[in-house]
Design a protein around this ligand. Structure first.
Ligand code: LFR
Length: 498
């Protein structure tokens, strides 16, 4: 049998990885070839992605991946990263400016400008996207007067930019394009209505391409840097990491919800068609596009970012905090003593996270967490509560029933979060795989290469039979979660623009 090895380049907000997946119809194994930190850098007040350093990590990772395979051969390479952000190119392909991080505050006030041009209900009806202050349209409106945008010949979303540097070919992959808020989820194509209303030039975007389509071959300088042979192809995958992570959900029945955990928690359902109702807009649900014609109907929840930022603050003030020890202490802390709204955009920006959490507790008349363990417990209880709320809302708004909750991504390692989520939802949780995005990336490539066949159900059956999974049953007093939710009451922010 032919050996099929694929490289998944998966860039996340705190680290990047290049993972080699070995695939056969009954086999799926991963090997992490390289992992490197992603350290955003503030320059003259603006928070940037360190994009060349990330690209260097990709090249080193592909080099390590090549060394891991027979005759340095990979069947293909796929790329997924976080969404919404982009690089601007001049006509000769030069990158005109360092991409700006979606957590930068340059978009402050952009929502009002967008709302003046197209009212939120019309914007939702046209795009089905939840309001997140950093969606690409808000970034483009905020950047309108900048020389880089004025000079730009082309705009490439981050995974498309990496693919362009590897192959010299430019495209706009569809799942990630859907996060720009310039795509109509019914036609799965550009919304000229929204672009025109906002004065955004759609010709900046290279043509759309679907996951599974070819995306070029490695350029000679990339072959030299990585030791890979000519021709090594790049294949478009669900280049939005969340799209690949949803492919990587090992569901065996249709009645599942998923939570893709990591820096964010993305909680919701996979649907065949978008839900564009006013109720859906009010609940701030998004209709991002998925692989194979699906819709990712979900809500963004702060995720482990809140904990990562707390750790960073405690460490910068001289504290030493070993995460496993902290989680053990959090497991012993009083349950549901105080909860905050983990959907509140007030938690998006970096810095001072423990103080912001304390303020939120004070504002809602709850006890202020005193120790790192109590703060950690507050964050995890709050995330579990927000998970439950998102899944209940998604089921209600789409008319679906949920019987199992799948947790995939980095949060799978956080057993307390998984158990609390099962308790809050009152449903069994299946946790794993942690590397769902890389697996979804590899599976779409493998199908394109003919190493496997079938639809998402078949890909998921392969995941289910090959990946280690852990099941959590709901425990405890379910009504305690209702009472905690009531403490946040209607003040619970979903982030919807009114
Ligand atoms: C997760 C993610 C989310 C997106 C956020 C910003 O990594 O891609 O889906 O909303 O990052 O791009």
């Amino acid at each position: 049998t032919t050996e099929h090895r694929f490289a998944a380049v998966d860039l996340g907000a705190s680290s990047g990885r290049v993972i080699v997946g070995e695939v056969a119809p009954d086999r799926l194994t991963l090997h992490e070839a390289h992992r490197f930190p992603n350290r955003p850098t503030r320059v003259l007040g603006t928070l940037h992605w360190n994009i060349l350093s990330l690209y260097q990590g990709v090249l080193e990772g592909l080099n390590a991946a090549a060394a891991h395979t027979a005759h340095n051969r990979l069947t293909s390479i796929g790329i997924d990263t976080w969404a919404v952000d982009y690089g601007l190119l001049a006509a000769d392909g030069t990158l005109l400016a360092n991409p700006v991080h979606y957590r930068d505050t340059r978009t402050t006030g952009a929502a009002e400008r967008v709302a003046a041009a197209i009212p939120p209900p019309a914007l939702y009806a046209a795009t089905g996207l939840q309001h997140l202050p950093f969606n690409t349209i808000y970034q483009l409106v905020a950047a309108r007067a900048t020389p880089a945008l004025a000079a730009a010949h082309r705009l490439l979303l981050i995974p498309d930019l990496i693919a362009y540097w590897l192959t010299g070919e430019a495209g706009t992959e569809l799942t990630n394009a859907s996060t720009t808020q310039l795509i109509d989820p019914r036609t799965r194509s550009w919304s000229t209505q929204v672009a025109d209303a906002l004065g955004i030039d759609l010709s900046l975007f290279p043509p759309l391409r679907n996951p599974g389509s070819p995306a070029g071959h490695l350029l000679p300088d990339v072959l030299a840097a990585t030791g890979l042979p000519h021709p090594t192809p790049v294949t478009a995958v669900g280049s939005h990491d969340t799209a690949s992570a949803v492919v990587g959900v090992p569901a065996t029945t249709p009645d599942f919800a998923y939570i893709a955990t990591g820096t964010w928690s993305l909680a919701g359902l996979e649907l065949d068609a978008p839900v564009l109702t006013e109720a859906s807009r009010a609940a701030n649900f998004t209709n991002e596009l998925g692989v194979d014609g699906t819709v990712r109907y979900l809500r963004n929840i702060m995720g482990l970012w809140m904990l990562q930022e707390c750790l960073r603050t405690w460490e910068s003030t001289g504290g030493e905090h070993h995460l496993p020890t902290l989680l053990e202490a959090a497991a012993e802390a009083t349950p549901l003593r105080s909860v905050v709204d983990a959907g509140d955009p007030a938690f998006i920006a970096p810095d001072h996270m423990p103080d912001r959490i304390a303020d939120a507790c004070r504002r809602t008349g709850q006890p202020v967490p005193r120790t790192p363990a109590e703060t950690t417990r507050c964050v995890l209880d709050s995330l579990a509560l927000a998970h439950r709320r998102a899944i209940e809302d998604a089921a209600r708004l789409s008319g679906r029933t949920v019987r199992t909750v799948h947790i995939v991504g980095g949060g799978v390692h956080n057993t307390l979060l998984c158990q609390l989520t099962a308790d809050a939802c009152g449903l069994p949780v299946v946790a794993g795989p942690a590397e769902a995005a890389a697996l979804g990336n590899v599976l779409v490539q493998a199908r394109t290469a003919g190493a496997i066949t079938g639809g998402l159900t078949d890909l998921r059956a392969l995941l289910h039979s090959t990946q280690p999974l852990r099941q959590y049953e709901p425990t405890g007093d379910h009504s305690a979660w209702d009472r905690a939710a009531a403490r946040l009451g209607d003040a619970q922010v979903t982030g919807a623009a009114t």
